[in-house]
Ligand binder design. Structure first.
Ligand SMILES: Cc1ncc(COP(=O)(O)O)c(C=O)c1O
Length: 500
C-alpha cells in the first residue's frame, strides 16, 4: 500500500470524499512520490483500507484520469501517466513568484523585481495609485492620537490573526450598507489585497491545481498562484466579461479549484461585467464546484450614471471570496484590506495568514476602525471620486484631442485607467521603449498577460499618479512618440520578442 497508508479522509461533511482522495493522490504524483507508470492500488483494496465505498475510489481515479494524471489498462489496473506536459515535478512547477521567465520580456528590460523602472521627472502613466498629497494625513494624525490615548500599549501588542474585532464589526456594517450580508466571523483582515490572494492560494491550492483567470489580468495574482505550484488557465475577456463559452470549456477540461476575477473596472482593461454575465458565471461556478476570488479595488470609483455591483452581492451559495482593497482610494502604505469568505474557509486562511505575518498591525486596524466609525471614509471617498473624476475627464479629452485616430480605446466610465490599442500588427513593447526614451512611462499589455503571449497591440494609461496638466502634456508627448517613431513593427532594433 506504500505511500497510500498516509491518506486521511475527513468524513465530517466538508468536500466530497472522492475529491479529497483525488487531491491527495495528485500531491503524491506532483511530488514525485508516485513514479511514472507506477501501478495504483486496486480499487477494492484501497477502498477497504480507507473504509470507504468502492465508488469513492472509482470516482477519484476517474477524476485524475480526466485531468491527464492517470491512465487505466483494461484488466490490469490504473497507472500514473508519463506525460510531462500535464505533469511536472513539484520543483519545476514551484518557480519563484517573480522569476525571470515571468517578467523578463526578451529585449525589454521592463521589470525590476516586480516593479517598473521609472526615470526621475517622467510622466508616469503606469502608476495606478493616488499621489501622497491626497492622503488624509491630518485626519489620521488625530485618529492615531485618539487610539493611543484610548488603548495605550495594547495598540502595539499582537492583534488576533483574524483581525481586530471592532474593525470586523464596522466592516460588516460597511458591507451591509452595500447590500452584502456579512458577519464578523466571515471577515479576515489582511495586509493588502495582494496578501489576501496569496493566503487564499496558500490555503486552497495544491501543486498542479488549475486556476482560471481572465486574460489579461492583474499579474500580482498570477504570481501568487504560481508560487503555490498552480497552473493558470487564461480565458478570453469580452467587453461584458469573460467569454462564457471558453469558460465552460475550461471548466470541463481542467476542473479548476479556483477562478480569479476583477469584475468591475477590471485591471488592466477597465471593463465591467454585465449583470447577466455575473449571474451566468455564478451558475457555472456552482455547477462545477469552483470558488471565485473577486478582487474589488475599483467598484467605488464610478464617474457616470451606471451602477456596478460586486458579484458578492449576488452570491446566494457562498461561492465567492470577496477581497476589498483600500489602497487606491485611501493610502496604499497602510497595507490594509479585508476579505469576506465562507466561514468554513476561514480557519485555513487564518493558518496561512499566521505563517505569513501573524497579524496585520493592530495600530493601523484600530485607526481604520475609528476612521470608519466617524464617517471619515465616506467623506474621503467622495473627495477622491471628485479628484479622480476630474483627472478622468482631462485624460479623456486629451486622448480625444491629441492621440491619432489609429490608436483606439474605450471609455471605462470609472476606475483609474484607460486601455488603448495600437494599429493591428504593432508592438506595444516597442512603443513602451520609444515612450520611455522621451520619459513617458506607459504599461504595455504584455505586463498583464496571463498566457505565454509576450507582446500585443495593447497598452494601459493610468491617470491616478499625475496632475491634470501633466496628463495633457504626457498625452501630447505620447502622440509625438507615436507620430515620430512610426517604424515598422518588425524592426529588430530592440531585439523584441516576435509579435504574437
Ligand atoms: C487588481 C488589483 N488587485 C490587488 C492589488 C493589490 O492591492 P493592495 O495594495 O491592497 O495589496 C492591486 C494593486 O495594484 C490591483 O490592481
Amino acid at each position: 500500500m506504500g505511500i497510500f497508508v498516509s491518506i486521511h479522509l475527513d468524513g465530517s461533511g466538508g468536500s466530497p470524499l472522492y475529491q479529497q482522495l483525488s487531491e491527495q493522490i495528485k500531491v503524491f504524483i506532483m511530488n514525485g512520490l508516485l513514479k511514472e507508470d507506477e501501478k495504483l492500488p486496486p480499487i477494492r483494496k484501497l477502498a477497504q483500507k480507507l473504509g470507504v465505498n468502492n465508488v469513492t475510489v472509482v470516482n477519484a481515479y476517474r477524476k485524475l484520469e480526466q485531468a491527464g494524471l492517470l491512465y487505466s489498462r483494461v484488466g490490469s489496473g490504473t497507472y500514473v501517466k508519463s506525460d510531462n506536459h500535464t505533469r511536472k515535478p513539484y520543483a519545476q512547477i514551484n518557480t519563484p513568484a517573480f522569476s525571470e521567465q515571468e517578467y523578463n520580456i526578451p529585449g525589454l528590460n521592463i521589470m525590476d523585481q516586480g516593479r517598473l523602472q521609472i526615470p526621475a521627472g517622467a510622466y508616469n502613466f503606469a502608476s495606478a495609485t493616488p499621489t501622497p498629497e491626497l492622503f488624509p494625513v491630518e485626519d489620521f494624525k488625530t485618529i492615531l492620537n485618539e487610539v493611543l490615548d484610548r488603548d495605550g500599549g495594547s495598540a502595539f501588542a499582537y492583534q488576533e490573526g483574524q483581525g481586530y474585532f471592532p474593525l470586523r464589526e464596522s466592516l460588516s456594517m460597511y458591507l451591509k450598507n452595500k447590500g452584502i450580508s456579512a458577519n464578523e466571523g466571515g471577515i479576515q483582515i489582511i495586509s493588502g489585497a495582494q496578501q489576501g490572494i496569496d493566503i487564499i492560494a496558500k490555503s486552497l491550492l495544491q501543486p498542479g491545481d488549475f486556476v482560471i483567470t481572465e486574460n489579461p489580468t492583474y499579474t500580482g495574482a498570477i504570481a501568487a498562484f504560481k508560487s503555490r505550484g498552480a497552473r493558470i488557465i487564461p480565458v478570453v475577456l469580452n467587453t461584458d466579461g469573460i467569454s462564457l463559452e471558453d469558460f465552460q470549456a475550461a471548466l470541463e477540461q481542467y476542473q479548476p479549484r479556483l477562478m480569479y476575477i476583477i469584475p468591475n473596472f477590471h485591471t488592466p482593461t477597465g471593463i465591467c461585467y454585465s449583470q447577466e454575465k455575473k449571474k451566468a458565471l455564478l451558475n457555472l461556478c456552482q455547477a462545477y464546484n469552483v470558488t471565485i476570488i473577486e478582487d474589488d479595488s475599483f467598484t467605488d470609483l464610478t464617474y457616470d450614471a451606471r451602477e456596478h455591483q460586486p458579484i458578492k452581492m449576488l452570491d446566494r451559495n457562498q461561492l465567492v471570496i470577496f477581497i476589498k482593497s483600500f489602497s487606491k482610494i485611501l493610502m496604499p502604505g497602510l497595507r490594509l484590506a479585508f476579505l469576506l469568505a465562507p466561514e468554513n474557509i476561514i480557519p485555513g486562511l487564518l493558518k496561512a495568514k499566521h505563517s505569513s505575518d501573524i497579524s496585520t498591525p493592530g495600530l493601523i486596524q484600530r485607526a481604520f476602525d475609528l476612521y470608519l466609525r466617524k464617517g471619515l471614509w465616506e467623506k474621503h471617498l467622495e473627495y477622491m471620486k471628485e479628484i479622480y473624476q476630474q483627472k478622468y475627464q482631462v485624460m479623456l479629452e486629451a486622448i480625444e484631442n491629441y492621440l491619432p485616430p489609429e490608436i483606439t480605446y474605450s471609455k471605462p466610465g470609472g476606475g483609474l485607467s484607460f486601455w488603448l490599442k495600437l494599429p493591428p500588427g504593432s508592438s506595444a513593447n516597442h512603443f513602451y521603449t520609444r515612450c520611455l526614451e522621451q520619459r513617458v512611462i506607459i504599461s504595455p499589455g504584455s505586463l498583464f498577460s496571463a498566457s505565454e503571449q509576450r507582446d500585443s497591440e495593447f497598452f494601459r494609461l493610468s491617470f491616478a499618479g499625475l496632475y491634470p496638466e501633466e496628463i495633457t502634456k504626457g498625452i501630447i508627448e505620447i502622440s509625438r512618440c507615436y507620430n515620430e517613431g512610426k517604424t515598422p513593427s518588425t524592426s529588430t532594433e530592440y531585439g523584441y520578442s516576435p509579435m504574437l
